[in-house]
Design a protein around this ligand. Structure first.
Ligand SMILES: [Zn+2]
Length: 341
């Protein structure tokens, strides 16, 4: 799995202007009032002075170089979010509350995950194995130390390093040995209001990280419903509608068909752009996403099964990547990246 997913480069946020293609830098972000980042409020690009809807800025950032299908898991999703790496030390047998060195002013933790750990001062050739255990914030170092990372408040985390009770007596790590722990975080600007689909994707991502893969499936489906409707809404505004009439035209469309993602993917997109998400250039991706939905339905509506099946973590991550790819594909079909429009 890629450690640095697409969506925000180090030093910049996950918002990129579709007009000048520039990612919003963290320093520029300091001048932004977070409470102005809302779904229906336009944001002015500090580089070219064009206005864009923040969620379109996120989709443009995810779209990146125009390759739609890629790994999105782990990307910061909250409007204006970013990602950081850091390292810190903890003594075996202790836990240590820390503030991330590089947390920007106004930012707080969204999600944290371990990247590695080893005994301080030991040659890389002699590092013990580092294996995640069930979730991405817990790992075993060799077979004697459990390292875990816990968010204790918005801007503080705790690193724990505990020795296993029945470790081998010749275990290379003992009480008080210093461990160096490397971790990464996605961070979010406190006080922003995300559209529902972003909150839903963040929930799904966190559930998968924690090993709650089953909980992620219905959330992924709902995120697609909402994101397609939001993109249709912004498209209508782009096309000259006022907010009220844009809402009305989507409601009219949904009166005519069923109010769900398929209505937008098929009829909404066709009406707006003459293309569909359900067939055309992204028909395979649509089929892949339909399998995510079928998987969800098979698990949740399987009345004869005596217990719920849980997709394994890598399958759930694939589902997440397929889902976000589909949203970026819709962004492509709506033509939002066309800066001249
Ligand atoms: Zn710009």
């Amino acid at each position: 799995m890629s450690i640095i997913p697409s969506g925000a480069k180090m030093g910049s946020t996950n918002l990129a202007c579709r007009h000048c293609d520039t990612a919003l830098d963290l320093l520029e972000m300091r001048a932004v009032n977070a409470s102005n980042l809302t779904p229906d409020g336009l944001f002015q690009c500090p580089y070219c002075s064009s206005w864009y809807y923040p969620e379109i800025g996120l989709l443009h950032s995810l779209y990146g170089d125009g390759q739609v299908e890629k790994e999105y898991f782990g990307t910061p999703l909250s409007l204006g979010g970013t990602q950081k790496r850091d390292l810190n030390h903890v003594k075996a047998g202790e836990h240590r509350p820390i503030k991330m060195h590089s947390l920007e002013p106004g930012y707080e933790y969204d999600s944290i995950y371990l990247l590695g750990g080893h005994r301080d001062g030991v040659d890389e050739d002699n590092w013990l194995s580092f294996d995640l255990v069930g979730a991405q914030n817990r790992a075993m170092l060799g077979d004697s130390v459990l390292i875990s990372l816990l968010r204790t408040d918005a801007t503080e985390i705790t690193i724990n390093a505990t020795l296993r009770e029945n470790r081998a007596s010749k275990s290379p790590i003992g009480f008080g040995d210093t461990l160096e722990v490397v971790y990464a975080a996605t961070t979010q600007l406190g006080g922003v209001t995300n559209p529902p689909w972003i909150d839903l994707l963040q929930e799904a991502q966190e559930a998968i990280r924690q090993g709650n893969t089953l909980a992620a499936l219905p959330v992924l489906r709902s995120a697609v419903d909402n994101c397609l409707i939001r993109q249709m809404f912004v498209y209508q505004l782009w096309d000259g509608h006022e907010q009220e009439s844009a809402r009305q035209s989507i409601e009219d469309l949904e009166d005519k068909y069923d109010p769900n993602r398929i209505t937008i993917a098929k009829h909404g997109l066709e009406q707006a752009t003459g293309t569909r998400l359900t067939d055309g250039p992204y028909d395979t991706l649509w089929a892949d996403f339909s399998q995510v939905v079928e998987e969800r339905d098979a698990i949740i509506h399987s009345e004869t099964a005596s217990q719920l099946a849980h997709p394994d973590q890598s399958t759930a991550i694939d589902f997440f990547n397929t889902t976000v790819s589909l949203l970026v594909a819709a962004y492509d079909l709506f033509g939002f990246h066309n800066s001249s429009a």
